[in-house]
Design a protein around this ligand. Structure first.
Ligand SMILES: Nc1ncnc2c1ncn2[C@@H]1O[C@H](COP(=O)(O)OP(=O)(O)OC[C@H]2O[C@@H]([n+]3cccc(C(=O)O)c3)[C@H](O)[C@@H]2O)[C@@H](O)[C@H]1O
Ligand SMILES: Nc1ncnc2c1ncn2[C@@H]1O[C@H](COP(=O)(O)OP(=O)(O)OP(=O)(O)O)[C@@H](O)[C@H]1O
Ligand SMILES: [Mg+2]
Length: 246
C-alpha cells in the first residue's frame, strides 16, 4: 500500500507541475472515494490543496463525515451550500418545459440528480479558477467501467488518480490512509435522492463488478447487467464524435 500511495502522490505532483498550476482540489461528500482522494492531494500538495463540501439537501450525518475526512488529513476546506441554487435552477427549467408542454414527470428525479452533479462541477471549476488549481476526480475502476457517474458532472474533472483501483482496492487504500471508521463502514451512495445506494440503483454489487473487471467469473445475471451498463455509457469514456469535413 505504501508504495502505491507514494506512486500516486508522485503522479499528482507531476500533474501539477506539467499543468503549470499551483495545487489541487476535490469535492468532499463524506463517502470513501473522495476521502481517499482528499488524503492523496493533501500528501501531494500539503500547502496547496482544498476540499469543497457542497451540500444539496445533504444529511447532517454525511456533512459530519465530510468534515471528519478533512480533519483526518488536516485538509483546508470550504463549504458552498448549493441547495437553493439547484432548487431555483430546476424550478425555472421545469416551468419553461411545462409552458412548452414538453415536461416529462418520469424523468424528474434523474434530471435533478444530474443537475446537482453538474452544479457541483461548476462550483469546483469556479474555485479552481480562483486558486489556479486542477479539479481532481474520484472515479474508481468499477464506476469508470460501468459509467456510473454523471457526464460533465462528477465525471467532469481534470485528472483521475484512482481510476485503476477497484472499489475493494479503494477500501484498502482508505484503511491504510486512516480514513474515519464511519466513512469506511458506509454503503456507497451518490446521495442524489433520498435512500439512494449505488448497488440498489445498479442492480449488482461492487464486489461483482470488481471481480468481473479482474477477469473472475460471476453469475450470468450480474454479468449481463454490468455489460449493459458498460455499453450504454461508452459515450462517456470515448472521445467526442466529431463531424469531419471531406
Ligand atoms: N450514445 C450517446 N452518445 C453521446 N451522448 C449520449 C449518448 N447517449 C446519451 N448521451 C448523453 O448522455 C446523457 C446521459 O448521461 P448522464 O447525463 O451521465 O446521465 P445517466 O447516465 O442517465 O445518469 C447518471 C447515472 O450516474 C449515477 N451517478 C451520478 C453522479 C454521481 C454518482 C456517484 O456514484 O456518486 C452516480 C446516477 O445515479 C445515474 O445512475 C444524455 O442526456 C445525453 O445527453
Ligand atoms: N455533497 C457533496 N459535496 C461535495 N462533493 C460531493 C458531494 N456529493 C458528491 N460529491 C463529489 O462527487 C463525487 C462522486 O460521488 P461518489 O458517491 O461516487 O463518491 P464518494 O461519495 O466519495 O464515495 P461513495 O461512492 O462510496 O459514496 C464525490 O467523490 C465527490 O467528489
Ligand atoms: Mg457518495
Amino acid at each position: 500500500m505504501e508504495k502505491e500511495v507514494n506512486q500516486i502522490v508522485e503522479w499528482l505532483r507531476d500533474q501539477v507541475k506539467s499543468a503549470g498550476v499551483d495545487g489541487l482540489l476535490v469535492g468532499i461528500s463524506g463517502g470513501i472515494d473522495s476521502a481517499v482522494v482528499a488524503h492523496l492531494i493533501k500528501r501531494a500538495c500539503p500547502n496547496n490543496s482544498l476540499g469543497v463540501l457542497m451540500p444539496i439537501n445533504t444529511s447532517e450525518v454525511n456533512m459530519q463525515d465530510a468534515r471528519a475526512v478533512t480533519e483526518s488529513c488536516n485538509l483546508n476546506s470550504i463549504t458552498v451550500d448549493l441547495t437553493e441554487a439547484r432548487e431555483a435552477m430546476y424550478c425555472n427549467i421545469k416551468k419553461e418545459l411545462k409552458e412548452n408542454k414538453t415536461y416529462q414527470e418520469d424523468n424528474t428525479r434523474l434530471a435533478q440528480a444530474n443537475l446537482s452533479a453538474r452544479l457541483r462541477m461548476s462550483t469546483l471549476y469556479t474555485v479552481a479558477t480562483h486558486h489556479n488549481y486542477l479539479v481532481v476526480g474520484t472515479d474508481n475502476a468499477a464506476e469508470w467501467y460501468t459509467g456510473y457517474f454523471t457526464k460533465y458532472g462528477d465525471g467532469g474533472v481534470d485528472i483521475l488518480p484512482i481510476v485503476e483501483f477497484t472499489k475493494g482496492e479503494v477500501k484498502e487504500l482508505a484503511a491504510y490512509l486512516g480514513i474515519p471508521q464511519s466513512v469506511l463502514d458506509k454503503q456507497p451512495s451518490a446521495d442524489l435522492w433520498e435512500g439512494q445506494t449505488d448497488e440498489k440503483e445498479m442492480g449488482t454489487s461492487y464486489a461483482k463488478i470488481d471481480a468481473f473487471i479482474k477477469g473472475e467469473s460471476i453469475p450470468e445475471q450480474d454479468k449481463s447487467t454490468i455489460l449493459a451498463m458498460h455499453k450504454r455509457t461508452a459515450h462517456k469514456r470515448d472521445p467526442l464524435p466529431q463531424f469531419k469535413r471531406n
